[in-house]
Design a binder for this molecule. Structure first.
Ligand SMILES: NC(=O)c1ccc[n+]([C@@H]2O[C@H](COP(=O)([O-])OP(=O)(O)OC[C@H]3O[C@@H](n4cnc5c(N)ncnc54)[C@H](O)[C@@H]3O)[C@@H](O)[C@H]2O)c1
Length: 273
């Protein structure tokens, strides 16, 4: 089979897309798998018989996700690590490759919010400012964590000729949302990394995509006060929060569609910022 035939292996001779084999038995790393969207993505792959490496710094959440995934996944392993810890991340990917021989999919999902206005001004007086700690913690998890996991995944995929897929979770906030200097900058960075990596890694058969969700029903949005949530949802044409499973469906689309790379899929109920 020539390289170009391999690239189009998902398209059957009658022009339809082959179903199933894209995830069964594939080795998949999901970061931030301890709850929310990461857990939904892990479960999605588990139901399709994947081999799962589940990463999260929250051990309890991770164990719960593992309990849910293990009965259906081909195999599932937990890695209680912080995605900002370079050597811990390197160790995870070496274990993955020594156990399963290659890496098919990385979903770079772990993320945090520390929302604050750049300046909070009351009656002409500055009463609060976004702290450097709030800036750095969000950049560290949401951008550096994506870089570290993406770099290790790409290394393993190139060394094992895996021709895999890297999927990064960006956000609708990458366009610039009030109170999210840190988060918006990180998520715009994630969208940019997706394009850079697409261009650098395509020659190794590696595809890279991003997903930019709007407001999704997870703990990340549960912290919003009901009035704030109502305000946030008012301009959403579809009029409701997204469900984590709707983000998993976008992940599946990127994994299956071998003509998809270098783009950010917007799954936001039609909301524009
Ligand atoms: N929920 C939304 O409305 C929404 C919208 C747009 C984008 N996103 C993005 O989707 C992704 C998942 O969001 P969610 O709503 O499921 O969040 P969540 O807060 O419910 O879950 C995030 C998970 O990431 C883990 N995590 C955080 N920091 C980590 C670290 N340093 N190392 C390892 N694990 C870490 C947490 O322990 C948690 O299990 C994030 O990247 C988020 O920015 C979410």
């Amino acid at each position: 089979m020539s390289d170009s035939d391999k690239t189009h292996a998902a398209v059957k001779s009658n022009g339809s897309i082959a179903e199933g084999p894209h995830t069964r038995g594939k080795s998949v790393v999901v970061t931030g798998a301890g709850r929310g969207i990461g857990r939904a993505i892990a479960l999605h792959f588990a139901r399709r018989g994947a081999r799962l490496a589940l990463l999260d710094r929250d051990e309890r959440g991770l164990r719960e996700t593992h309990k849910l995934c293990a009965p259906q996944a081909d195999q599932a392993r937990c890695f209680p690590v912080d995605v900002t810890d370079e050597s811990a991340v390197q160790d995870v990917f070496s274990v993955v490759v020594s156990t399963w021989g290659l890496l098919d999919v990385l979903v770079n999902n772990a993320g945090i919010v520390r929302d604050k206005l750049l300046l909070k001004v009351d009656s002409g007086q500055i009463v609060n400012r976004m702290s450097l700690a709030d800036w750095q913690s969000v950049l560290s998890v949401n951008l550096t964590g994506v870089f570290l996991c993406g770099r290790e995944a790409a290394t393993v995929m190139v060394e094992t000729k895996s021709r895999g897929v890297i999927i990064n979770l960006s956000s609708i906030s990458r366009a610039g949302n009030v109170g999210q200097s840190n988060y918006g900058a990180a998520k715009a960075g994630v969208a940019a990394l997706t394009v850079v990596w697409t261009k650098e890694l395509a020659r190794f058969g590696i595809r890279v995509g991003a997903i930019a969700p709007g407001f999704v029903r997870t703990d990340m949005t549960a912290y919003m006060k009901p009035e704030a949530l109502q305000r946030a949802l008012a301009p959403v044409p579809i009029g409701r929060l997204g469900e984590p499973a709707e983000i998993s469906a976008a992940v599946q689309f990127i994994v299956e569609n071998e003509f998809f790379t270098g783009r950010c899929l917007e799954v936001d109920g039609g909301l524009r910022m």
